[in-house]
Unconditional design. Structure first.
Length: 216
């Protein structure tokens, strides 16, 4: 079962109210602390990409790895960076550039036939960051894919029973932030043996503010 919406909205409001005024709209982050998890089993190695009902309020940098028509369309449809085959092949021996690309872009989309080359060229840099590309068919609507990926967050749990991700920003309506939280909670709950009973606590915070506990 998801978190109580009334309690969630109250926490979102408190996070916003308690945050000092800044010259920019701060991001709002979610932290889920889990309990009674065997970290050696699959439930202790959660790694998910979750499509939210709303964007996180901050434009994500999308890198599209493609050739031909898809590469051309991606350049015209808002991709932050388009990586074509020749450039991808040159990365195999350029570890510094591999790391720069992995660091500078939030999400990756790749034309499916290029995925083996992506693994060889960027896998070592993208994999540990949980940023391996979403493979799409060569005839996929790349504009639709880019828009969809603006609402995707990646979460992973390694070593500690904690899930963290950006969930919105201060400028967003409280309800949209709460609905984004619920989307993450539902997905994580579905990955756990005892569902919501494996949740120890849930917190929200602004990027520069203090944490607010959500009543469960």
């Amino acid at each position: 079962m998801p978190l109580n919406m009334k309690n969630l909205l109250a926490a979102v409001n408190e996070v916003k109210t308690n945050s000092k005024e800044r010259k920019f709209s701060q991001s709002i982050d979610l932290a889920i602390n889990l309990q009674n998890i065997d970290m050696k089993k699959p439930e202790g190695r959660i790694q998910e990409r979750i499509e939210l009902p709303h964007s996180v309020g901050t434009e994500l940098k999308v890198c599209v790895i493609a050739t031909g028509e898809m590469a051309l369309k991606a350049k015209n449809e808002g991709a932050s960076f388009v990586l074509e085959r020749a450039a991808l092949e040159s990365l195999v021996t350029d570890k510094k550039k591999q790391k720069d690309i992995a660091k500078n872009y939030d999400v990756f989309i790749a034309e499916a036939p290029l995925m083996p080359l992506v693994g060889k060229s960027l896998g070592a840099s993208l994999g540990p960051r949980g940023k391996m590309p979403t493979p799409v068919a060569p005839n996929a609507d790349i504009k639709e894919q880019i828009e969809k990926h603006q609402k995707i967050v990646s979460v992973r749990m390694r070593g500690q029973p904690v899930i963290q991700c950006r969930i919105g920003n201060q400028a967003m309506p409280d309800k949209e932030i709460a609905e984004n939280v619920q989307a993450v909670v539902r997905r994580i709950e579905g990955k756990l043996k005892r569902g919501i009973k494996n949740f120890r606590s849930v917190y929200l915070k602004t990027s520069m503010g203090s944490s607010i506990k959500v009543a469960m």
